[in-house]
Design a protein around this ligand. Structure first.
Ligand code: GMT
Length: 381
């Protein structure tokens, strides 16, 4: 198949899923064309079968807001025509779905067909999509899509509830390449590698996100402040975004900044995650929680909030621990108890990796997408 993929190229879960999907599809012999305003950040290096098409957005004095969605629609139609694409797959409904709808109409007027699949990721439905200024057009574009997928049952239900669409929605969960995201096979090598972040005997906690308010990064620091007084430990914060400075201020105020590593945006998170003992994800809302899945594949269980689609990924007490939002004392107590009971932690670490491998591995989920594309192509007129 020849597939066009559009996503946000910046640091965020939907862009990661779209990019990893493109890489896996190309590895399976499909031709993949990324269409976006800049190269997706995980698309580094030259992969066979992957092409990138930048969307130029011209700015004129008249345009206070350059119309990216129109430029994107034009480029989608052009790339589809020049490369004979079979379908478009857009990640995150706003505005990608609307642009794809326009591109499909443009090509239809020229006698060509270009079905498109929309994948809903989370805030496109739960936050941004509910904004009255976006809701009607988002609803229309979802409804008009040739196929719609969502990354969890939770998000599917929320879409029906808030958007009242009548189209079927296929749940295809987030996935992880378990050969790229994997634990160290040699404990001695892991101990040596951990030395760059912690002294021998210290625990390592990790958090990975885009530091948006919904991630509650400040809670991560508050939880760590409670933990570090009981268990010698270090905190590794991977990512960057609006709440980084608040987290840094708090770390200084609490006098624990020398135990917190603000690493900023990192390209190879698969090399950092397996160094940790536990991941902390205290999000206000999470439609799935890709970062937790990536950690699980590296044998790192997550202490998370029981929100959105997280319980579809984390089995409380088995592959991680779940708590109400802002239950900082309880979350810290959960972390401390696990770090002080290495036997229980080891069982949980094994269970986390097993769940990633048996339920969410790219080898299972990517063929699900391919089958879904085939069903969309068979239906589209
Ligand atoms: O929250 C983010 O990291 C950004 C957001 C996005 O769309 O880029 O992530 C959403 O999509 C991820 C991949 O499908 C999911 O794993 C996240 O749970 C989801 N985030 C939220 O629902 C807040």
């Amino acid at each position: 198949m020849r597939i066009g993929i559009t996503c946000y190229p910046t640091y965020g879960g939907s862009g990661v899923v779209a990019t990893e999907l493109g890489i896996e599809l190309a590895a399976a012999g499909h031709e993949v064309h990324f269409i976006s305003y800049s190269q997706p950040f995980r698309l580094n290096g030259r992969n066979d079968g992957i092409f990138y098409h930048e969307v130029p957005v011209s700015s004129y004095p008249l345009f206070e807001f350059p119309p990216y969605d129109l430029a994107l629609a034009s480029r989608m139609a052009e790339v589809a025509e020049f490369n004979d694409l079979d379908l478009l797959h857009v990640h995150y409904a706003i505005p990608h779905s609307v642009s794809a709808l326009l591109a499909r109409q443009m090509l239809a007027s020229r006698g060509r067909r270009l079905p498109f699949v929309t994948t809903l990721h989370g805030t496109d439905i739960t936050l941004v999509g509910l904004d009255r200024s976006y809701l009607p057009i988002t609803r229309y574009a979802i409804q008009e899509s040739d196929g719609v997928t969502s990354i969890s049952n939770y998000l599917k239900e929320k879409t029906f509830e808030h958007f009242e669409v009548s189209c079927p929605i296929e749940v295809i969960p987030n996935f992880v390449n378990c050969d790229v995201y994997m634990p160290f096979t040699d404990e001695a090598v892991r101990s040596e590698a951990r030395k760059r972040l912690a002294k021998p005997g210290e625990a390592i906690l990790i958090h990975l996100s885009n530091f948006r308010p919904v991630k509650r990064v400040v809670d991560v620091v508050k939880i760590f402040a409670r933990v570090v007084h009981q268990v010698p430990s270090q905190l590794v914060l991977v990512g960057d975004g609006p709440d980084r400075s608040a987290a840094e201020w708090l770390a200084h105020e609490l006098g624990i900044h020398d135990r917190i590593h603000f690493l900023g945006k990192q390209e190879r998170v698969n090399e950092l995650l397996p160094l940790a003992d536990l991941m902390i994800m205290p999000s206000e809302l999470e439609s799935f929680g890709l970062a937790a899945l990536e950690a699980m594949a590296c044998k790192v269980p997550t202490i998370a909030t029981r929100v959105g689609g997280v319980p579809e990924l984390i089995d409380d007490g088995v592959t991680g621990l779940l708590y109400p939002v802002a239950a900082l004392d309880a979350m810290a107590a959960g972390v401390i108890a696990l770090l002080q009971d290495r036997g229980r932690l080891e069982v949980m670490r094994d269970a986390a990796r097993k769940t990633a491998r048996t339920r969410f591995c790219s080898t299972m989920i990517v063929p699900h997408y391919v089958k879904y594309y085939e069903s969309v192509l068979a239906k589209a007129v």
